[in-house]
Design a protein around this ligand. Structure first.
Ligand code: HEM
Ligand code: HEM
Length: 185
């Protein structure tokens, strides 16, 4: 799968992303910014039921992002995204592909690590108080802590990529004044 080829359905007229791709992009964007804020913010809360509740919301919403990212990849594999802006330099296109695919990868790996890390620490992943996800890993505290170290590093990597990504979108809109942002709106 590549960002510009091997798709079956044509991209919608006028070079924009499909409505489904746009909807998934913006829902995931809002959820991920919230997850990063809550993931970091919960560290500053005193231990107790409120922090446990916030952690449960973080975990369950992280799993929702996992499901949305799988749906997004499936949609992406079957629907051609718009081609690069006419005349755009190749390095710019390559850089945007690198950032986009890194985000796809990180947003698939992070929730899986969160799930595995919770299991290793002997804690269930509860979906909004409704049901628990199955346990995938036996309890192993050292492993759980190592997994959460990686989860944290990836969280800050995702944040850095998002800053670059949003910066690029705003650069296209206000400096280059091209249609790149419009095709995702
Ligand atoms: C795309 C999805 C996710 C993102 C972007 C995300 C992001 C983050 C971030 C930025 C932190 C703070 C890291 C730190 O301060 O070192 C964090 C912590 C945490 N996340 Fe996630 N997370 C996601 C999914 C999940 C899932 C699915 C679970 C569990 C099922 C989970 C469980 C946790 C826990 C327990 C912590 C606290 C870790 C600790 O105390 O060291 N996260 N997350
Ligand atoms: C957590 C936040 C965000 C994440 C994880 C994210 C992720 C992504 C990904 C993976 C793509 C590639 C879509 C594809 O081709 O399949 C994309 C495209 C895009 N995103 Fe975001 N995004 C976020 C926030 C934003 C924000 C806030 C803006 C605008 C200010 C934005 C503007 C765009 C634009 C314009 C594109 C299309 C780029 C192009 O056509 O080459 N994104 N985003």
């Amino acid at each position: 799968m590549s960002l510009t080829s091997s798709a079956v359905a044509p991209s919608p007229a006028a070079g924009g992303y499909a409505p489904t791709a746009k909807a998934l992009h913006w829902i995931v964007a809002v959820l991920v910014i919230g997850l990063i804020a809550v993931g970091v913010g919960r560290e500053f809360m005193p231990k107790g039921p409120e922090r446990d509740f916030v952690t449960m919301l973080h975990k369950a919403t992280g799993i929702v992002v996992l499901v949305l990212m799988i749906a997004r990849l499936a949609f992406r594999a079957t629907h051609r995204p718009p081609p690069p802006e006419p005349g755009q330099e190749r390095w710019r296109t390559a850089a945007s592909h690198a950032v986009h695919w890194s985000l796809y990868l990180i947003l698939l790996v992070m929730p899986v690590l969160g799930w595995l890390g919770s299991n290793a620490l002997g804690r269930p992943v509860n979906m909004y108080g409704v049901f628990n996800l199955p346990t995938l890993l036996a309890e192993n505290e050292d492993l759980g802590e190592a997994i959460y170290d990686v989860h944290g590093v990836l969280g800050f990597t995702a944040l850095a990529l998002i800053v670059v990504h949003v910066g690029a979108a705003l650069h296209h809109r206000f400096v280059r004044k091209d249609a790149v942002l419009a095709r995702m709106l």
